[in-house]
Design a protein around this ligand. Structure first.
Ligand code: GRF
Length: 300
């Protein structure tokens, strides 16, 4: 049962525990507050008392679970959960939009961000396209339960797909799921698994990655995160930077779309270099994604 809930809510075991605790504490608080409030109405007849109590707890329950969810760090989950209930009660299906909005979205590019880390780039990309008429960040794909990027997705109300190795490499690379979600374009932002041929074939020239160095140098298998910055500082390089490139079946190999550089000073460490590179990533990645997608859209 717990596994089913984990899959349904796309959370890891620890998060599921916190959610269940929030339900339990929120429910108890709601019952307690309901009884207290009922005391203010001096109603004797059970015929009135019971419906009144039911009405009070119905109103109090969302308030109580939201209140409890804040200290337990589950606000994003419960906000979305209550929104879903609200939609169901008002008779709208999840994801249903007004006809005008549907038309506006018809020509939009749906983008999936693949990330498995903190997700600072994912957040910048989401912010950049928040009001875009061209790009919709429609899905966050992640291979690490508990990754920071999943909290961002919950907060931003973006659907997530938690993937696992076997299906990714031996199955069809989740192409069916991406197609079912109408994904047009894939952005890798801190995703460490090599993208399988099934996926690069299905999204030829529609998958981009950002690498925290100036390719073709300091790329390839094992060259990620701090490994890159440590190697660059150890080699005494005077410059580093970022590379945004298309993704093919070889690590960090696809055609380069954009590069930006930063200087390395004598007092730089791998950590300070990582900070400089992150700034470059945040400044350029969303804009470059926008330009690439615009080109594709013009070809449609
Ligand atoms: C970035 O440095 C990016 O270059 C690399 O993975 C890192 C992701 O960082 N591909 P964040 O999770 O977006 O903060």
């Amino acid at each position: 049962m717990f596994e089913k809930l984990q899959q349904k809510w796309k959370v890891n075991g620890w998060r599921l525990l916190l959610i269940l605790v929030t339900f339990a504490l929120g429910g108890s608080l709601c019952g307690y507050a309901g009884r207290k409030l009922l005391g203010f109405f001096s109603v004797e007849s059970n015929l009135v008392r019971i419906p009144l109590y039911i009405l009070l707890v119905t109103i109090l329950w969302p308030v109580c679970v939201i209140l409890i969810s804040i200290p337990l760090g589950q606000f994003g989950f419960f906000r979305n959960y209550l929104k879903k209930i609200g939609r169901r009660m008002s008779g709208k299906k999840a994801g249903s939009k007004e006809p005008e909005t549907q038309n506006k979205q018809h020509n939009m590019f749906s983008v999936a961000i693949f990330a498995s880390g903190a997700g600072s780039n994912a957040q910048k990309i989401i912010d950049f396209f928040r009001n875009s008429q061209v790009i919709k960040i429609a899905l966050i794909v992640c291979n690490k339960p508990g990754a920071g990027v999943l909290d961002i997705a919950a907060r931003e109300n973006i659907p997530t797909l938690l993937i696992e190795k076997e299906t990714f490499f031996k199955g069809n690379g989740y192409v069916d799921e991406l197609k079912a979600a109408s994904i047009d374009f894939v952005v890798l932002a801190g995703f460490l698994w090599k993208v399988p041929a099934t996926l690069t074939a299905a999204y030829a020239n529609r998958i981009v990655n950002i690498h925290p160095a100036l390719l073709p140098h300091y790329g390839g298998k094992g060259m990620y995160g701090m490994h890159v910055h440590t190697a660059i500082i150890a080699a005494g390089e005077k410059q580093s930077g970022i590379t945004i490139h298309y993704v093919d079946n070889v690590y960090d190999n696809g055609a380069i779309i954009f590069q930006a550089t930063c200087d390395i000073t004598a007092d730089d460490t791998p950590d300070t270099l990582a900070q400089k590179v992150h700034l470059l990533e945040h400044a350029h990645y969303p804009r470059v994604i926008g330009e690439v997608v615009l080109q594709l859209q013009n070809q449609r």
